[in-house]
Design a protein around this ligand. Sequence first.
Ligand SMILES: Cc1cc2nc3c(=O)[nH]c(=O)nc-3n(C[C@H](O)[C@H](O)[C@H](O)COP(=O)(O)O)c2cc1C
Length: 193
Amino acid sequence: MIKDLVRKNRSYRGYDESRRVTEAELRELADCARLTASSVNMQPLKYYLAWEKEEVDRIQELTAWARALPDMTLPHEGMRPTAFIVICQDTDIQESLARFQKDVGIAAQTMLLAAVEMGLGGCMIGNFRADSVKKELGLAENLAPLLIVAVGKPAEKVVLTEVQEGEPVAYYRDENDVHYVPKRRLEDVIIRH
Ligand SMILES: Cc1cc2nc3c(=O)[nH]c(=O)nc-3n(C[C@H](O)[C@H](O)[C@H](O)COP(=O)(O)O)c2cc1C
């Protein structure tokens, strides 16, 4: 059920490293992404798939996690994702990067929902330097990295909570490393006249 998938589809920052995500699984996720909506159906997005440990480790070094928890280094050692998908825009198809940001979100969310259905999970990573990633992966000039999606088998507990209007929405962790994500209430996100 879609709502169960949506609930389960959390931003995971701890994974079971013994479960390697395969190329075939990543191709299946990209196949879901390529079928999604795209502004004027331009489809300027391309997907760089990384599943080999050495390359995954190199990408990991270029990503920044959980900015709201500056005292913590996440993922913890030995709990890193085992794959990454770097969503790029092919600027030969469309030059404006701003115009297709929404396409990127749709593609990323679709891949993450599919990952959850496969018993996997992930995290969108917008906190990286596009030029470094481009250089590290040896991407062609026309490929601009826009968003990185980490993928792996989640190995941490994430709990959704509800907050009243005005309460803090910052995520936090308890002493058992359980991750809490406050969400605004339905009544507070529906606009009334
Ligand atoms: C566009 C986008 C970029 C994000 N970038 C990062 C990131 O760079 N690092 C990170 O740890 N989380 C990142 N996140 C995850 C958010 O922190 C997360 O969605 C939020 O805390 C709510 O948690 P939830 O996804 O489990 O609902 C990103 C999320 C989105 C939508």
